[in-house]
Design a protein around this ligand. Structure first.
Ligand code: GLC
Length: 570
């Protein structure tokens, strides 16, 4: 098969996630917007990315910062107008940058007109668009919890019934068993596809359906218990146990019957348009369906959900997943997003952070599958732990703070630190564009919606790094460029190589025309590794340590600490 002709744009592009509230502020009000995004499209082009995944941009009360949508066909007024969105789409396309929108199917905002109607009376025509149940005496309909804390049920005084919400109470779940809901949501999907957007990242797909008999989970833990158990877990075993407890409590609330048929329905809509893509916010391989009838990609979250990357972790992850993805499905790898720690902080060890960030990027670009970057990682933005609860914006920060103070008995200092560490504000702070006040995100006399990480003044900003040939930003540009020029990295097969050195990972990416060896030293010491594939005609394509183009003369490679090296085999 000649992949070169058959590869789709979403298989070869590097995707870049924009968190619109924090990316670029065009009108100087302290909140990111479309004017800002449009002004940075050339920056994205220079980075070599081929597609943007835009986190939710829809009108929203912003309880969950856009993931509580009140209008599926609009633009949040603080981000701009629909015309500005269209301008953004056109300008991106003009630069060969595709646009993937977020699509939240599981729930709407409680301020969405559908829900306002639904809650207004028992016989409102939209009553059945959401999930309403009678309580058991004074108790909610069953013992389920919200994954964001507290009961999954909210009593609505107007009708005396409860509605179900898997996330915050301001995010009531839609009833996807109602055909009118499907029709209304698919019509919103078509609205954007007709406009020319290139696909969707599907939010929380696993949570769309619930166990049909609403059976009790029967566990003795409350959601607060689960928070505390996880927060106090220290060893890997304790963390694993905490996760198992969470799963036994929540197992009736995700990956339930009906969801695959629904994904097939959506896929058939999307397939009616040319060249569009669906990426699921799930790591469950079953969402690939038969390879061509559900989602084009799901995220390889297990790759990033470890504290330290090791060769063993990467190779077992790859072996497990690549063998399971059905023919037609395509892998998708990432090291961070708007819900997780920033990769620079998460995988850094405090000493070799700069080297680790470079190594990781090369790994991400060399693995088989589409790489997804999170805005700011290209300049090494780090988690920023907000020190005053009054500045918290994510309700999960605030929830954590309350539990720290009221349940765990933490001191106020500890409570702020832990809740900032566990909440999501830390990875959502504004993009650092230069070393002027507020990192150049907004004017000096404006308070940005979340504080800017002060390390913008220490070189963690775009302007300073653009001037420095050795910066992380320029490293990103070079590495992405090498990947985009190297067919074997774009769509070659993946073969693991045995290195007999537990600190070294090596694999091949091969097309019929080209073979690239990717080799990584995960240790702080030099490592020598023998690989019979490396012959005297090989040369270094790209490396974190050696200039490209060097001939490799022996099959024994010497790798610098934390080196990542791509070698072209002749
Ligand atoms: C997804 C989003 C997250 C949001 C949640 C509820 O996990 O990534 O930010 O809070 O869904 O929509």
């Amino acid at each position: 098969m000649n992949m070169m002709n058959e590869a789709k744009w979403w298989q070869t592009a590097v995707i870049y996630q924009i968190y619109p509230r924090s990316f670029a502020d065009g009108n100087g009000d302290g909140i990111g917007d479309f004017a800002g995004i449009i002004s940075k499209l050339d920056y994205l082009k220079a980075l070599g990315i081929g597609a943007v995944w835009l986190s939710s941009h829809y009108p929203s009360p912003q309880v969950d910062y856009g993931y509580d949508i009140s209008d599926y066909r609009g633009v949040a007024p603080e981000y701009g107008t629909l015309d500005q969105f269209k301008e953004f789409l056109e300008q991106a396309h003009r630069r060969d940058i595709r646009v993937i929108l977020d699509m939240v199917l599981n729930h709407t905002s409680d301020k969405h007109p559908w829900f306002v109607e639904s809650r207004s009376s028992l016989d409102n025509p939209k009553r059945d668009w959401y999930i309403w149940k009678k309580g058991r005496g004074n108790q909610p309909p069953n013992d389920w919890y919200s994954t964001f804390g507290g009961r999954a049920w909210e009593l609505d005084p107007t009708t005396g019934e409860y509605y179900y919400h898997y996330f915050f109470k301001e995010q009531p779940d839609l009833n996807w068993n109602n055909p009118e809901v499907r029709q209304a949501m698919w019509s919103a999907v078509r609205f954007w596809l007709d406009m020319g957007v290139d696909g969707f990242r599907l939010d929380a797909v696993g949570t769309i359906f619930e166990e049909p008999s609403w059976a009790s989970h029967g566990q003795p833990y409350t959601s607060e218990d689960l928070y505390c158990i996880e927060r106090l877990a220290k060893t890997d075993q304790e963390k694993q146990d905490a996760l198992c407890k969470w799963e036994t409590v929540f197992h009736n609330q995700y990956d339930q019957p009906g969801v695959h048929e629904l994904m097939q329905e959506l896929r058939s809509i999307v397939d009616g348009y040319k060249d569009r893509v669906l990426i699921g916010e799930t790591d469950d391989i079953s969402y690939y369906g038969h390879g061509d009838d559900e989602l084009h990609m799901v995220f390889n979250f297990p790759l990033m959900r470890v504290n330290h990357l090791t060769p063993h972790h990467v190779l077992t992850n790859q072996q497990g997943r690549l063998s399971q993805i059905p023919v037609g499905g395509w892998p998708c790898n990432t090291f961070g997003n708007h819900d997780t720690s920033r990769s620079y902080s998460h995988f850094g060890d405090g000493v070799h952070d700069a080297a680790l960030a470079r190594q990781q990027l090369v790994l991400l670009l060399a693995l088989k599958g589409t790489p997804v970057l999170y805005n700011g990682e290209e300049i090494g933005m780090t988690d920023y732990l907000i020190r005053a609860p009054s500045l918290f914006r994510d309700p999960l920060n605030t929830y954590g703070y309350r539990l720290e103070m009221e349940v765990l008995g933490s001191s106020p200092e500890q409570a702020v630190w832990y809740s900032a560490e566990r909440g999501r504000d830390k990875c959502r702070t504004p993009l650092q564009w230069d070393h002027t006040a507020n990192g150049g995100f907004c004017p000096a006399d404006i308070t940005p919606w979340l504080p800017v990480n002060p390390n913008y003044a220490e070189g963690v900003n775009v302007a300073d790094q653009e001037k420095d040939p050795g910066s992380l930003l320029n490293f990103y540009r070079q590495a992405v460029n090498v990947r985009q020029q190297t067919p074997a990295l774009l769509y070659g097969n993946y073969t693991l190589l045995e290195t007999e050195n537990s600190d070294v990972l090596a694999f091949l990416r091969e097309t019929q025309e080209q073979s690239v060896l990717a080799v990584f030293n995960f240790s702080e010491r030099r490592q020598a590794v023998k690989l019979s594939q490396v012959g005297k005609f090989s040369h270094v394509l790209f490396s974190t340590s050696q200039p490209g183009g060097d001939r490799v003369t022996a099959s024994c490679l010497s790798l610098q600490p934390y080196e990542a090296c791509l070698i072209l085999l002749d």
